[in-house]
Design a protein around this ligand. Structure first.
Ligand code: SF4
Ligand code: SF4
Ligand code: FES
Length: 354
């Protein structure tokens, strides 16, 4: 038995008082969970501490909180480990981010998370006619969607999504991972419709900035960002969906600029994203109109020297030998008969990546 001090974030929006921190010391073995610590504090000192939980076994997803600043399941985090990762020996627990607080450690999942899950039509729309006997799904398809099926809807990824912080309308990592669960399922009849919808939505698949936060946050290895990238590959490569948000053109330009110069040419990226993947894109009227509307962004990029006027006329390049090596990588990948998707969730071994 050891002593652990928990610093809990308390807040009751109905009280009209500001949020505050409160400390309680609990006695438990190091392998017991932070949730058990909170429940002991609630039983011993203050029954009004708000925390949501049910299974206590990392299955139901209800006890999502931030522990020492990181989103996690309170029932899945050992007290001993949480103390080691704390800054001052005190385990800090606060509600998840990007969702309004209902009370103390309980956030309003309905207002954000569940609303977004419903947005992606989270059920199978079966192909017709439905077979009389069971519909046999090929093993590789099942392996492909198993990772997104592992989601327990805890909201940890939503809590730390940087895009959602900037754009609360972003559909977000959990809902988009759920969307892939049906786009990757051969029994579903609406793959194109689903992908068009998610690509055309200004808050859809191209609103993710690849920050990896959701991959780090997820306690179930769902890797929502990887599912979003799969949705993009299906939309752009398999269904040739050119979205109005310039997302597909932006990705294509990124790829071809690195192939051409060996590294990204920022000055070319924006015009190509707007006008198509060609050096002449900037002269297209549609691109000019969009570039004009992006003048504040361009001015900021110039001020921060992300783009320099010199780079517009004389783009930086890697030496020829390095560019050749990069082109060889492209030839190797583009020369494959079919795209390979690695599912680390299932294989779990580095050698599977070779
Ligand atoms: S990778 Fe994308 S979805 Fe995931 S947290 Fe970052 S912005 Fe959000
Ligand atoms: S993807 Fe992971 S972090 Fe996000 S809701 Fe599902 S289980 Fe939780
Ligand atoms: S209580 Fe169910 S996941 Fe923690």
């Amino acid at each position: 038995m050891a002593e652990y001090t928990l610093r809990l974030r308390r807040y009751d929006p109905d009280s009209g008082n500001a949020a505050y921190w409160e400390e309680h010391t609990v006695e438990l073995e190091p392998h017991r969970s932070v949730l058990e610590g909170i429940l002991q504090a609630k039983n011993r000192y203050d029954g009004s501490i708000g925390i949501r939980c049910s299974c206590r076994a990392a299955i139901c997803g209800s006890c999502g909180v931030r522990i020492n600043g990181q989103p996690d399941l309170a029932c899945h985090t050992h007290l001993g480990r949480a103390q080691q990762h704390s800054q001052d020996g005190v385990i800090e627990v606060e509600p998840m981010g990007n969702m309004p607080v209902i009370k103390d450690l309980i956030v309003d999942m309905e207002a954000v998370h569940w609303k977004k899950i419903r947005r992606v039509t989270p059920w199978l729309i079966p192909k017709q006619p439905v077979p009389e006997r069971e519909y046999i799904v090929p093993r590789e398809n099942m392996v492909d969607v198993t990772q997104s099926m592992a989601c327990i809807q805890c909201g940890a990824c939503v809590s730390d999504c940087l895009s959602m912080e900037v754009d609360p309308e972003f559909i977000g990592p959990a809902a988009l991972a759920k969307a892939y669960r049906f786009v990757g399922d051969p029994r579903d009849d609406q793959h194109r419709e689903r992908l068009e919808d998610l690509a055309e939505d200004p808050h859809g698949i191209y609103d993710c900035t690849h920050c990896f936060q959701c991959i780090d946050a997820c306690p179930k290895g769902v890797a929502p960002m990887s599912q979003i990238m799969r949705l993009r590959r299906r939309a752009g490569n398999d269904f040739d969906i050119e979205d109005r948000n310039n997302g597909e053109r932006h990705e294509a330009s990124f790829v071809s600029l690195v192939k051409q110069y060996g590294l990204l040419n920022e000055a070319e990226l924006l015009p190509r994203s707007y006008g198509g993947d060609s050096p002449l894109a900037k002269f297209k009227p549609a691109a000019a109109a969009e570039l004009a509307s992006s003048l504040p962004v361009i001015a900021k990029a110039l001020l921060r020297r992300k783009v320099t006027p010199a780079a517009v006329f004389k783009p930086h390049k890697l030496p020829a030998a390095d560019r050749k090596a990069i082109k060889r990588i492209y030839e190797e990948v583009e020369g494959r008969d079919e795209r390979r998707e690695f599912n680390i969730y299932i294989s779990g071994r580095d050698e599977d990546l070779t």
